[in-house]
Design a protein around this ligand. Structure first.
Ligand SMILES: [Mn+2]
Length: 822
């Protein structure tokens, strides 16, 4: 028994089944219920339906006081100015606040900062300008918690201030009513993860409830009309899509699909978003970049005006402007990325091998260096700083990998920096240009010190193992119930193990791949975006593991399931490939007392590999049984190589199952080859009720076992040997046996070696000193006259009888095909 480490993402299979049962959900295979940590059926149902109650807005920060200040300003006709931010969340929050206040009869204006002139947050000069213009109340959205000084300055200039935000507070708490889940009231609001626009939505709920009465958490038609902004911002700002956010995004996407806001309807048209089927990923990959392009290359005002307009012509024009700004952004980004990659590739060996990247260039556009840093992280799997040099001053943006705290990394290099800020995953910095080489070597040295080589390999997290035979439209729809997917609720990642690439071609000017995956008897179409360069590698691989998501490809009225490949790794037995699937918890073997014996009949053999991996991935003790470990070693080496996956899985010959001491440690027995002897058959049948038996062999495995165990009719073997011999001439026996044409039924060596004995016992051959002389019979020969023939025939009959039962339809009488001497 080779007991090897093996696990993917532990989730007891039994839980998934119980859950499916409790949910009344019909799962094509119970294991496809992906792992999201909802072990309690009612919690799981609430998650899937996402129609949970909205929380009471008055529990969020100092909501009461904030409403009073706003109402007071409205009552006296004072001008309210909404101060937002230049990203999607900040723009959407501003739009939502402006619309809400207008509805309530306020005199309202807005201010969005320029990324270049003012930067993030509330600038003192902006406060002065607003005060000079006669503003009565400053309402900050998606910012303000870090702007205590600007708030104090506003108060000093006679403005009233209300802060709404979701960012980390600065050192000083602003002196104004604050609507936020953070700070002194942290924990009072049940869901601390709203984005800036989500916080403004709660403010709108509170203001409406105070004006009109009714349940404060109700979503009135007016509020419902603003949910498109909330959905867009929540997805774009990468806050977790769970809890209240999930409910808001689900409802908001439905709103977006109706196309009632002219600006977003126009933007969806120009971005080729299928409005009726708009998804979270459309928000992050199509709509958000277009809205962000305004703030990156110029001023975010054009994006805000697009959201606010009620005029279809203005909307079309705004969408066109954003479209061309986005194209320009892409072009600028591409050229900086090319320059950055060239810098990395041209660096000395030691720098290229460092566990962090620092690149800079004169004239690089400050608005896109953050995206370029992200692209470098994707490409090189290590933290990256990208710095735009403008004369003596350099401004940079960094992105990180999960294992590296970027803010701490910058703190370690603070002597080379003028200013920096941010968090674990992303940060910004300002430095004097002459200090850049020092900064680069200090930052690389810090990263080399805290990161190990293993930290740089991004693990592929897999939710479930999927057999191609189980891929269906229904399964894709079932998984679709997990949408919207993104931060906190990733799209289900499925491992399709060890499949053959039946065909592959590039598309999209060579950038992408379209392929056919084949495993067992099943096939499925797949696309791999950005993998065009791997065409030859994948074509040349005998088998590949695909990590993908399952989607529906709807094209001209037809619907078919399709795999969207996220990672593809050739199956090799050297420990490379998907080794990153290694388990977080140590492998375990444990005794389980189950409800009773269960046999899972999967005898098509199509899902053998996937079934075995799926069970092993459950973290429950699993044993694969084969006819002969040595004979199967080559076939098992790829898909079941322990070094490849790590975890807990045992592989053994059938005879091991007779060992009763082992039974208490087993939960699953996967039968890859059928038993071929009465003893092996009995061992399988006497496993205790706590063990589940999965029969996954098919016709190919039966043929393999028959060949190896000497099934079939020994008469045919004798005839083949006879035909190959030259009558009445002494021949070398070994050479004769080696040259026989068995016609596809090559017998096992021990059976073949006994065939000359049969001829001798029947008087048809003389054997002497390694030679054999075969002669023609005088009359009809009775094969039963040979004891050796009778023994071979009996052995063959047993093998056939056992194999016959192994293939018998479940629950039907066993038909036994006997190979008896004629
Ligand atoms: Mn935000």
């Amino acid at each position: 028994v080779s007991r090897a480490a093996f696990a993917i993402a532990p989730c007891p299979t039994g839980d998934a089944e119980r859950l499916a049962e409790a949910l009344g959900v019909q799962l094509p295979t119970a294991e496809t219920l992906v792992r999201r940590g909802y072990a309690d059926p009612s919690a799981a149902r609430a998650f899937l339906e996402a129609d949970g109650p909205q929380h009471d807005p008055f529990a969020l920060g100092e909501m009461e006081a904030a409403c009073e200040r706003i109402e007071a300003a409205i009552a006296v006709g004072g001008r309210i100015v909404v101060h937002g931010d230049y990203d999607v969340d900040g723009i959407c929050a501003t739009a939502l606040a402006v619309e809400t206040l207008r509805d309530l009869g306020a005199d309202v204006g807005w201010h969005l900062p320029s990324r270049f002139a003012e930067g993030y947050g509330v600038a003192l000069e902006t406060v002065d300008a607003l005060a000079d213009a006669g503003t009565a109340l400053l309402l900050t959205v998606d910012c303000g918690l870090g702007a205590a000084d600007a708030v104090a300055h506003a108060r000093a200039r006679g403005l009233d201030v209300v802060v709404t935000d979701h960012h980390r507070p600065g050192d000083v708490w602003p002196d104004a009513p604050v609507v936020a889940a953070r700070g002194p009231h942290e924990g009072r609001y049940p869901d601390g993860e709203l984005c800036g626009t989500g916080v403004v939505f709660k403010l709108a709920q509170a203001l409406h409830a105070r004006r009109q009465g009714g349940a404060p958490e109700a979503v009135t038609p007016t509020l419902a009309a603003a949910l498109d902004l909330v959905a867009l911002a929540t997805v774009a700002d990468v806050v977790p899509l769970t809890g209240e956010n999930r409910a808001l995004v689900r409802a908001g996407l439905r709103r977006l699909a109706r196309g009632t806001r002219p600006g977003l309807a126009a933007l969806m048209r120009s971005a080729s978003v299928d409005r009726a089927r708009v998804r979270a990923s459309d928000c992050s990959f199509r709509l958000a970049p277009r809205l962000n392009a305004a703030g990156r290359l110029g001023h975010p005002a054009v994006a805000l005006e697009l959201l606010l307009t009620r005029d279809a012509t203005a909307a079309e024009e705004g969408a066109r402007t954003l479209e061309s700004l986005n194209r320009e952004r892409q072009a600028v980004e591409e050229s900086i990325l090319r320059a950055a990659v060239a810098t990395v590739e041209a660096a000395p060996e030691a720098e290229r091998r460092a566990r962090a990247l620092v690149v800079w260039g004169e004239g690089w556009h400050e608005g896109v260096i953050g995206i370029v840093a992200s692209r470098l992280v994707e490409r090189y799997d290590r933290p990256a700083l990208v710095i735009a040099v403008d004369g003596e001053t350099a401004r940079g943006s960094g992105r990180s990998i999960p294992a590296f705290d970027l803010h701490a990394g910058l703190t370690a290099c603070a002597t080379h920096l003028q200013r920096y800020g941010g968090h674990r995953a992303a940060a910004g910095l300002t430095a004097a240009t002459p200090d850049l080489p020092g900064l680069a070597s200090a930052f690389r040295a810090h990263a080399d010190g805290v990161l190990t080589e293993a930290d740089l390999h991004r693990p592929q997290r897999v939710d479930a193992v999927l057999a191609l035979a189980d891929v269906s439209v229904e399964l894709a729809r079932e998984l679709g119930r997990l949408e919207p997917c993104g931060m906190g609720n990733p799209a289900p990642a499925l491992l399709v193990p060890a499949c053959a690439v039946a065909s592959a071609e590039t598309m999209g000017e060579g950038r992408h791949l379209r392929l056919q995956a084949r495993a067992g008897g099943a096939r499925c179409g797949a696309v791999a975006f950005g993998a065009g360069g791997r065409l030859e590698e994948l074509r040349a691989s005998a088998r590949v593991d695909l990590v993908c998501r399952l989607e529906l490809d709807e094209w001209r009225g037809s619907v078919a399931p399709r795999l969207v490949v996220r990672a593809a790794a050739p199956v090799v037995a050297d420990g490379s490939g998907l080794e990153a699937l290694a388990p977080a918890a140590p492998p375990r073997l444990r005794a389980v007392t189950g409800p009773g014996p269960r046999r899972h009949d999967l005898r098509s053999g199509e899902a053998a590999v996937a079934t075995a991996l799926r069970l092993a991935a459950s973290g429950e003790a699993t044993m694969l049984v084969v006819d002969d470990l040595d004979a199967r070693a080559a076939a098992l080496a790829g898909p079941f190589d322990p070094a490849r996956l790590g975890g807990c899985l045992a592989v053994a010959g059938h005879s091991v199952l007779a060992d009763g001491d082992l039974h208490a440690h087993l939960r699953h027995v996967v039968v890859l080859d059928p038993p071929a002897s009465a003893g092996d058959e009995a061992a399988l049948a006497t496993l205790p009720p706590s063990v589940e038996v999965h029969l996954v062999y098919g016709e190919r495995e039966v043929a393999f076992v028959r060949r190896r165990r000497g099934g079939g009719d020994p008469r045919a073997l004798l005839a083949a040997l006879w035909r190959s011999a030259t009558p009445d001439a002494p021949q070398d026996e070994a050479a004769l046996l080696a040259g026989v044409d068995w016609k596809g039924d090559r017998p096992p060596r021990d059976v073949a070696q006994r065939l000359p004995e049969v001829l001798e016992e029947l008087g048809l051959a003389e054997r002497r000193g390694g030679t054999i002389t075969v002669s023609a019979p005088d009359s009809r020969v009775d094969l039963a006259g040979s004891a050796t023939y009778r023994a071979l025939a009996a052995q063959a009959a047993e093998v056939e009888a056992v194999l016959g039962r192994a293939l018998a339809p479940a629950g039907e009488p066993v038909a036994v095909r006997l190979a008896t001497p004629a």
